[in-house]
Design a protein around this ligand. Structure first.
Ligand code: SF4
Length: 495
C-alpha cells in the first residue's frame, strides 16, 4: 500500500478534539485524565499515557495517531476540481472513493457513548453510514499458519515467549503447522507477566513484526506475517507439494519410465509408488519394498518415523532407515529406487545389489529433473497471521442503543464489517466473531492498553435506512467530508 500523509492542522482544534475523543478530559493543573480505557491515565502536558495512544496536547486529551483513510486505488482517486493529472498531495478531501477506517479513530470505553466517528457518504448511489471505532479486545488472539513440514512441536504443546505461555500448537493443516496464540485465558487467566507478554506478542505479530516463539518439546521458530518462518535458525523456503501419497498421485506418470520404485517420505502419509493405486493403474511391477509404520491403504503408510526436522518432517537423516524389509520374491537385483521428500529438498537414488541391498548410485539426469519438478511445484513458505476477535460485546453500543439488532444485521449481511478497511471473515453462529488477515490491513493498525488487551480498528457499514432501523445514533452522523475537515488524517492508497 502507498501511504500519503496529510498533516492537516498543526494540532486538532476544539471541534476536532471533541470529535476525536469524546472523553472527559477536564484539565486539572495541566493534567488530563484519559478515560479511553479502564487504566484512567493521568497525563501531564506534553506527555502520553501508558499506551502512547493518547497524549496531553496543550491541556487537551488527544489521540496521537492520525485518522487513517483508504482510497481504493490510484485510478479511483479523482480530484474534486476535475483535474486528472498531477500529483495527489495526500489530502483525503481532494479525493473521492475514500473509506474511513477505525485506525486512529479512538475508543469510547466503556462504550455507552456513540462511536468516535459515524460518517455518511454516498456509495454507488446509496446513502451509506459507517460506524468507526477502535475496539478494545480482551477476547482476541491470533491464528498463525506456518508453511513448513518440519515438526515444530506436539499438538497442544505450549508456545512461549520469554518463558511465558502465550498459546499452543493446534492441528496441522495441509503443508502447514498451526498455532493458536493469545486468547482471554492467557491475557487474563494467568499471572500478570503472562498477560503482559501475551499482549506484547499479539501486538507485535499483528503489526507484522517478527517474534521468536519457543515450543515446549519442539522447535524455536521466528514468525512474521508474510515472511518465511525461521525454524531453529534455518529459514524455511518451500511449502511441500502435498503429502507423500498426493505426491505419488501427482507425479506417478512422470516417474514410471525412469524408476522401478519411488518412496515419498512424509511424517504423515508416506507413499510407495508401485503399491499405491497410481502405480497399479500404470501397470507397475510390485517392487517388494516394505516401509516401516502402519499401512493405511495400499502404498500409503502412517508413522514411518518420529516427527522431526529431517526428511519430510520426520526425524530421519538416512531415508533407508524407514525400509523395514525387501521381499526377495518380488524385488530384483538392479532395481532402481528413488527416495524423495515432499518438498524435493531431499532426494536419493539407489540400486539393489545382488543381495537386494540398496546401494547409493549416481542419480540419472531424468531423476534429478523429477526431484527438481517436486521442488518446482512447492510454493514459497510463508507465515500467515490472522487476527481473531469477538466484536459482539459492548462496542456495539457505540453503534446502536439496541446491540442485538446490530448483531442480527451483521449476521444477515446487511451490515458489512471491516477491520482497518480490510474484509473480515465472519464466523457463523452467535455473536460477531471475526477473523482478518493482518497483511490486508494498513501497517501498524493495532495498539494495546495495559489492562492488558489489544486495540483493533473495526468498521460497520450499512445503508442509512438500515442504520435507522436498528436504532442507530442518527444524531451523531456527520458527512464524511466534514469528519475529514476536522481531523488530522493520513491516506493510504491500495495498489
Ligand atoms: S492506557 Fe492509553 S487508552 Fe488507557 S487510559 Fe492510558 S492513555 Fe488512555
Amino acid at each position: 500500500m502507498t501511504e500519503h500523509t496529510h498533516a492537516g492542522p498543526a494540532g486538532p482544534d476544539d471541534a476536532a478534539l471533541e470529535a476525536a475523543t469524546n472523553h472527559t478530559d477536564r484539565p486539572t493543573d495541566g493534567i488530563v485524565t484519559c478515560d479511553a480505557c479502564p487504566v484512567l491515565c493521568r497525563i501531564r502536558t506534553g506527555l502520553t499515557g501508558a499506551c502512547d495512544r493518547y497524549g496531553n496536547f496543550g491541556g487537551r486529551l488527544t489521540r496521537m495517531d492520525p485518522l487513517t483513510v483508504l482510497a481504493r486505488s490510484p485510478g479511483a482517486v479523482r480530484f474534486v476540481d476535475g483535474a486528472q493529472g498531477g500529483q495527489w498531495d495526500g489530502n483525503p478531501l481532494a479525493a473521492r472513493d475514500v473509506v474511513v477506517t477505525g485506525i486512529g479513530a479512538g475508543t469510547t470505553y466503556p462504550d455507552y457513548k456513540p462511536a468516535p466517528f459515524i460518517v455518511s457518504a454516498e456509495i454507488d448511489g446509496i446513502d451509506m453510514v459507517t460506524v468507526v471505532t477502535e475496539g478494545i479486545f480482551s477476547y482476541c488472539g491470533l491464528k498463525v499458519k506456518i508453511d513448513t513440514d518440519r515438526h515444530l512441536g506436539p499438538e497442544t504443546a505450549t508456545v512461549r515467549v520469554n518463558g511465558e505461555p502465550v498459546g499452543h500448537v493446534t492441528t496441522a493443516e495441509y503443508g502447514s503447522q498451526m498455532l493458536s496464540l493469545g486468547g482471554v485465558r492467557h491475557l487474563t487467566g494467568g499471572g500478570k507477566r503472562e498477560g503482559v507478554v501475551t499482549c506484547e506478542t499479539l501486538l507485535a505479530l499483528a503489526n507484522r513484526a517478527a517474534v521468536e516463539l519457543a515450543i515446549d518439546g519442539g522447535a524455536s521458530v521466528v514468525v512474521q506475517a508474510g515472511a518465511p518462518p525461521i525454524v531453529d535458525g534455518v529459514a524455511e523456503s518451500r511449502m511441500r507439494v502435498g503429502c507423500g501419497s498426493a505426491a505419488i498421485g501427482i507425479f506417478a506418470r512422470q516417474w514410471r519410465d525412469h524408476a522401478d520404485e519411488v518412496i515419498v517420505v512424509d511424517d504423515h502419509i508416506t507413499g510407495v509408488l508401485t503399491e499405491h493405486q497410481a502405480g497399479r493403474f500404470l501397470g507397475m511391477r510390485p517392487a517388494g519394498i516394505r516401509v516401516r509404520g502402519r499401512r493405511s491403504t495400499p502404498g500409503r503408510y502412517f508413522q514411518v518415523a518420529a516427527p522431526g526436522q529431517g526428511w519430510g518432517g520426520t526425524d530421519i537423516a538416512d531415508p533407508l532407515a524407514i525400509i523395514e524389509r525387501i521381499d526377495p520374491r518380488a524385488a530384483w537385483p538392479g532395481l532402481r529406487l528413488l527416495m524423495v521428500s515432499t518438498t524435493g529438498e531431499h532426494g536419493a537414488w539407489f540400486e539393489l545389489d545382488a543381495a537386494l541391498r540398496p546401494r547409493p548410485a549416481p542419480m540419472p539426469a531424468e531423476i534429478a529433473a523429477a526431484v527438481a519438478r517436486v521442488a518446482e511445484n512447492c510454493e514459497p513458505a510463508l507465515c500467515s497471521v490472522l487476527f481473531m476477535a469477538g466484536a459482539g460485546g459492548s462496542l456495539r453500543a457505540g453503534a446502536t442503543d439496541n446491540p442485538v439488532l446490530l448483531t442480527r444485521s451483521v449476521q444477515r449481511r446487511l451490515t458489512r464489517v471491516t477491520a482497518g478497511g480490510a474484509p473480515v471473515y465472519l464466523w457463523p453462529g452467535g455473536g460477531i466473531t471475526i477473523m482478518v488477515d493482518v497483511t490486508a490491513m494498513p501497517a501498524n493498525a493495532f495498539g494495546h492498553v495495559p489492562t492488558p488487551a489489544l486495540v483493533a480498528p473495526i468498521e460497520f457499514s450499512l445503508p442509512r435506512a438500515d442504520y435507522a432501523a436498528l436504532g442507530g445514533h442518527l444524531d451523531r452522523i456527520q458527512p464524511l467530508a466534514e469528519a475529514l475537515r476536522q481531523q488530522r488524517s493520513r491516506a493510504i492508497v491500495k495498489p
